[in-house]
Design a protein. Structure first.
Length: 260
């Protein structure tokens, strides 16, 4: 599963609406059809500039014009909201499909039954907290449709605070065990995710050119005060869950793509 190359050019609608005058025109037309002289007053720029920017919007089929039925000398401009919405969706998709299309965890795994199961490896230093929680979260959110493992560069044991935080979130990781990163060297994965800064530098290369992702999470185990430590573990669960919601959008897109 290869990583799609980033586009070097922003979508047309992004470039169009990045201009302040065109943005003002679009927002003015979102509420009502208007004539050029009205738009001149609203936008506060000369007639020729308003006409120029309206022409740009028309060329991209975002704005249409029609003559007044009362006075044929007047032309009304209107915003095609459906076309604008579709353009926005396409531009959002060009950045990341999660911006516009976030499947719930209940929906994941209901499609693409014949698709290859994605393989994900999550790494941190001790494989005791962050990566263990991440493994449990991804397994739960994907409804088991993703093969997921976690490991550490210097594995120890699963932190009881991590087990407790996950239990508060409704996920049981009490049967998970710490594993060594070296146990997985030579295996193929679609995604290799590092969740601590230290292991990112020590992460080995894996065959098959998996997409490497780094999420910089502080180790909640380092906090001394028990109450603050528990809060930090809970915050880490929330942070990891949010990251995986977005990642699952990509994974779901890939596994349901023809030939994916």
């Amino acid at each position: 599963m290869s990583q799609a190359p980033a586009s070097t050019e922003p979508p047309d609608v992004v470039r169009l609406l990045a201009d302040e005058v065109r943005w003002k025109l679009v927002t003015a037309l979102a509420r009502s059809d208007r004539r050029v002289r009205e738009l001149v007053q609203i936008v506060g720029v000369p007639y020729n500039l308003v006409s120029y920017h309206l022409k740009q919007l028309k060329q991209h089929d975002l704005v249409a014009e029609h003559r007044s039925s009362r006075d044929a000398r007047d032309i009304y401009y209107c915003l095609d909201i459906d076309a604008l919405r579709d353009s926005y969706r396409l531009s959002a998709d060009a950045v990341h499909p999660a911006i516009r299309d976030v499947p719930s965890s209940e929906e994941f795994g209901t499609e693409g039954g014949n698709a290859k199961r994605p393989r994900v490896l999550i790494l941190c230093t001790h494989n005791s907290a962050r990566s263990q929680m991440a493994e449990g979260i991804l397994r739960s959110m994907s409804n088991g449709a993703v093969d997921v493992w976690s490991a550490g560069s210097a594995p120890t044991t699963v932190n009881p605070d991590a087990v407790a935080a996950m239990a508060r979130a409704g996920i049981d990781i009490s049967n998970q065990r710490s594993k060594s990163m070296s146990d997985f060297v030579g295996q193929q994965f679609d995604y290799v995710i590092t969740v601590c800064d230290s292991v990112r530098e020590a992460c080995p290369m894996f065959p098959g050119a998996p997409e490497r992702i780094h999420w910089s999470f502080a180790d909640p185990s380092d906090i001394g005060d028990p109450k603050a430590r528990a809060e930090a573990f809970d915050a880490t669960v929330i942070g990891l869950s949010n990251r995986f919601r977005h990642l699952l959008t990509l994974i779901n897109r890939e596994r349901n793509r023809p030939g994916g």
